[in-house]
Each structure stands twice: as structure tokens, then as C-alpha cells.
Design a binder for this molecule. Structure first.
Ligand SMILES: Nc1ncnc2c1ncn2[C@@H]1O[C@H](COP(=O)(O)OP(=O)(O)O)[C@@H](O)[C@H]1O
Ligand SMILES: Cc1cn([C@H]2C[C@H](O)[C@@H](COP(=O)(O)O)O2)c(=O)[nH]c1=O
Length: 241
């Protein structure tokens, strides 16, 4: 039986990488697939992973009708056994319903990849409909981390390095690197196009608007080991001798 599966996790947890791997495995087994994405950071009609792999894809737009896209190709070019659909959070609820229809009426597997909530921790329309309709929702095993070391469950947006909770729902951008977060504007000025950045946080730090840079500002000494580890404290367990 064909299935609609939603693979999800925060930004930077490997969704696009898994999308490319799934396509590779299915096409290696002789199955024919179509790859769709929307607003990938690498540009139009590309599905890219931060591991460096990319592939061409069909760009999804507001007026894309998945039923027509698949039916036309199936009729005029080649069979279609599966769809890979990346950045699925950006699709409309109607487009997700079309995907469910393709699974049920055409018997085609649909593997959807995307995150659930935006920078305000509100559900994207596409993600909401996927959660409502998918046969299976799978949370990716690779954990993106918060700066505190906890599993990251939320995506934060920063503007000029400061976390924001208002603005357009969709603004293309990337995860800030630790160097960006360290933010020495004299030595390491951010290029102007990195004005908007993203950071994955645990819920506690997302709710407190505590990004890595903010935490460092508030407690710079916490970045260093607080004790001299060469001296064993009297309370240290015996195995640390
Ligand atoms: N240089 C690297 N070495 C090893 N793994 C990397 C490297 N760069 C990125 N990654 C892995 O790629 C993941 C991001 O993959 P990607 O598919 O782009 O994420 P997503 O689509 O979920 O935003 C990171 O969580 C990390 O595991
Ligand atoms: C949280 C959030 C993210 N985005 C954008 C930022 C990136 O361009 C993409 C996600 O890319 P990834 O490869 O899947 O990590 O989404 C956004 O527009 N709005 C948001 O709230």
C-alpha cells in the first residue's frame, strides 16, 4: 500500500540529506521518482543538503497542482512510483491534500520532509495538514542541539544577531555558525546578506529568547571551566583518582 510519510525535525537535523538518500535508494532499486521543493536556500529548482549534495528538483509555487504535475508526467513521459517533497512546511493545505490524493488514488508513495513550527513556534499550514493526514510522522534521529546541549526542538530567527518573534513567516536564511554567534564585529563582520539568521534552541531557551550570543553576553565566565580541574575536590568520587 502506498503511504504518505512526513519526516520532520528542526532546521539542520538532516531532512534534506535524508530526502536525497531516500531518492538514491529508491531510484537505485529501479523505481521512478519526482523531486519537489520550495524556496531551498541554494536557489530555484534545487534540493540541497548542508553535507554538500544537491539535485535538481521541480520548484513548487503557489499555483502548483501536484495532481496535474504527476498525472501529466505519468501520461506523457515516464511511470512515477514515488515523490520526494522537501520544505513541505511551505506548501499550502490544499497542496498537501493533493499529495494525499496521489497516494490514495494513484498508489504513489509520497515522502515529505519539513519542519513543523516557524520562528514564533506556530505551525506552518503545510506541516499542520501533513500531521493531520500522514499515514506516519517520523521524527529524525539526528538531533540538532541547543547551545545548552539539550535537544533542540524549536527554530529561532535572529535579525542583526538578536532573536525576533515578529515578522514575515517565510524569510529564506541559514543557521548562524558559532563564529557568527561569537560576534566580534571588528574581526569577524557578518556579510550584509546574513542579516537574518536562524538558530535551533530547546523550548526553555526559545521561550526565554536566550540565543547562544545572548547567553554569552549575560554570563561570559560560564564559557570557561569554573574550577581548576587539576585539583581534585574532596567530594569527587573515588573513580576520578
Ligand atoms: N561538515 C559536516 N560534517 C558532518 N556533518 C555535517 C556537516 N555539515 C552538516 N552536517 C550534517 O548535516 C545536517 C544538516 O543537514 P540538512 O539536510 O542540510 O538539514 P535540514 O534539511 O534538516 O535543514 C547537520 O545536522 C549535520 O548532521
Ligand atoms: C524557522 C523558519 C525558517 N524559515 C526558512 C529558513 C530556511 O531558508 C528554510 C529552512 O531551510 P532548511 O534547509 O530546511 O533548514 O526555512 C522560514 O522561512 N521561516 C521560519 O520561521
Amino acid at each position: 500500500m502506498a503511504q504518505l510519510v512526513f519526516f520532520t525535525g528542526t532546521m539542520n537535523c538532516g531532512k534534506s540529506t535524508l530526502a536525497l538518500q531516500m531518492d538514491y535508494n529508491h531510484s537505485s532499486a529501479g523505481r521512478h521518482g519526482l523531486i519537489f521543493t520550495r524556496d531551498d536556500r541554494a536557489g530555484d529548482s534545487v534540493l540541497s543538503s548542508r553535507l554538500g549534495l544537491t539535485t535538481t528538483a521541480i520548484e513548487v509555487r503557489d499555483d502548483t497542482d501536484f495532481w496535474d504535475e504527476v498525472a501529466n508526467r505519468r501520461t506523457y513521459s515516464s511511470p512515477v512510483h514515488y515523490l520526494i517533497v522537501d520544505e513541505a512546511q511551505f506548501y499550502s493545505a490544499i497542496q498537501i491534500e493533493q499529495l494525499a490524493g496521489i497516494v490514495d488514488e494513484m498508489g504513489i508513495d509520497v515522502f515529505a520532509f519539513g519542519f513543523t513550527t516557524d520562528f514564533r513556534s506556530r505551525l506552518f499550514a503545510g506541516a499542520q495538514r501533513l500531521i493531520e493526514l500522514a499515514d506516519r510522522v517520523e521524527v529524525l534521529q539526528v538531533e540538532a542541539l541547543c547551545w545548552c546541549g539539550a535537544r533542540a526542538t524549536h527554530n529561532a530567527r535572529t535579525e542583526g544577531g538578536v532573536m525576533v518573534t515578529e515578522g514575515r513567516q517565510v524569510v529564506i536564511g541559514d543557521i548562524a555558525t558559532p563564529d557568527d554567534a561569537a560576534g566580534d564585529p571588528g574581526l569577524n563582520p557578518p556579510p550584509p546578506e546574513v542579516e537574518v539568521g536562524y538558530e535551533t534552541l530547546c523550548r526553555r531557551h526559545h521561550m526565554r529568547r536566550m540565543t547562544a550570543a545572548r547567553a554569552k553576553e549575560l554570563a561570559p565566565e560560564d564559557q570557561l571551566l569554573p574550577i581548576d580541574t587539576r585539583v581534585r575536590p574532596p567530594s569527587a568520587p573515588r573513580w576520578r583518582r
